[in-house]
Write a protein that binds this ligand. Sequence first.
Ligand code: GLA
Length: 385
Amino acid sequence: MDLALTVRNTFVQHFHGEPVVVRSPGRINLIGEHTDYNDGLVLPAAIDKAVYVAVHKNNSNLVRLVSQEYNDQVEVGLTELVPSSSKPWTNYILGVVNQFQKRNFTVTGFNLVIGGDVPLGAGLSSSAAVECATAYALNEIFSFGLSRLELVKLAQLAEHEFAGVKCGIMDQFASVFGKPNHVIKLDCRSLEYVYVPFDLSGYKIVLFDSRVKHSLALTAYNKRREECESGVQLIQRQYPDVKSLRDVTLSQVEECIKPVDLTIFKRCAYVVEEISRVEQACEALNSNDLDTFGKLMFQTHEGLSQAYEVSCAELDFLINEAKKFPAVIGARMMGGGFGGCTINLIAGAEMKRATDLVTLSYQNQFTVTPGVYQVTPSAGTAVIV
Ligand code: GLA
């Protein structure tokens, strides 16, 4: 059954009354990884897998939450919102409520049912989708009047404060601003963006889900962010006008960081190169040169694996296997790292053969069956019922 309808029906069974239903999608990122929190460029898209929330006011001071995926329910008072370690799924919803409260918006009690088909913990930003769906729905039912961009920023802060990940703005932005058949070229410094038509001319976007969820992902992510900040400080000693790695050239990284700290040097060199790869990838897209685009994706993987060190054996294996097929013109790990998905551009006619064989070799190597998701760039957050 239609997912929106399932969520709506669950709401009616639990709470009665007619809810507002909001859809907010997961995201992919074609290129531009770990650049968002360095004021750089990214090229994400919303996908055709989404989170749905059904919401209605309940005339009390309580928030009542029902999760279809976790088969769980929670009731919590609006004056006692703190991050929960026993029920982490609630943090992405309550973190958003908390952000509205911090901005002095009066949130009164509401009922909410959540469901959807974004695979959890697969690096497709199910958490950002939950935050954005919740922010959009509450903005709607309480008529707070916040703009899409304000909702994106609020959702990002909910992730920082209730989930503890000091993420950049990419995931929430892509979920809210997605557009069918387009990728978003987003400048994470100015927040200016353009929709770039993503004409796949016979190629498909296929994700292999390694099914790996490393517990070190959260701390390692925050550590990378700190390493980048340390790099900027080292450069500022000689170039005080530099504000972030966006302002930096590779030769400045060589000059100011390499003699002091080799690890920080590798991290920062990767980021500076990746920001320029996004520019090159956009030029390639504009001239319909998917081959060059794909090569840049392979380069990104190399950088994420060797220099930024956020890959893992399973992701590297998936890339090496995919590379064996001429039909795979580009592939790389996607998102924060240490697990989740790889993103692959595969010629449509060869897609089945390539995915079957990569699946088989992954099974043989790790005795785990990877997820395989074919996705298309889709619309961003919206009320659908
Ligand atoms: C996670 C974060 C994003 C971004 C990516 C890496 O998905 O939430 O903000 O930093 O990792 O590009």
